[in-house]
Unconditional design. Sequence first.
Length: 196
Amino acid sequence: MSDISMWDDEATTYDEAPDHGLRDPQTRAAWRELLLGLLPPAPARIADLGCGTGTLATLLAVEGYAVDGVDFSPEMVQRARAKAGETAGVTFVEADAAAPPLEPASYDVVLSRHVLWAMPSPADALRRWTDLLAPGGRLVLVEGSWHTGAGLTADQTEALVAALGRTTTTRHLTEPVFWGREIDDERYVVVSPPAR
């Protein structure tokens, strides 16, 4: 089974995870508050890479952001478009998040959640992602090192960003409200403003 087929299959139940679908009002409010605290004010332009079913992209578009979501799974993109409905300011493109077909130097934010770790070459993907940023733009990378052994530690993600000459700040996301349960692995967000 190809990776695309796997994620197409995952799409049918993807939003059942509390942090994917954000169906619980408290979980949704927690992610909204977190993201709005990390992003420049709307109507900043955001590239949501590996957007899945479009939950974060739609959440941010409702807040007045201009969001372009990218995912290589046709089923994920179809569900993202359905979820967004008539929401203004959000579009979805079926393409590989490792090399997104978006306009270089035109985004205020590149956002990804649990995507960088899955890239064949995280360093190459991150270099392409930073090429999308306009001057003053920032990376917002939600990642984790999970109990399964998969993922990236915060130190690894920070090192990948630092290798591009960028500074980072990291917040560990230990609160159960983000995940719908207690967690015992490492989950965090790395934010990179432009290098000084």
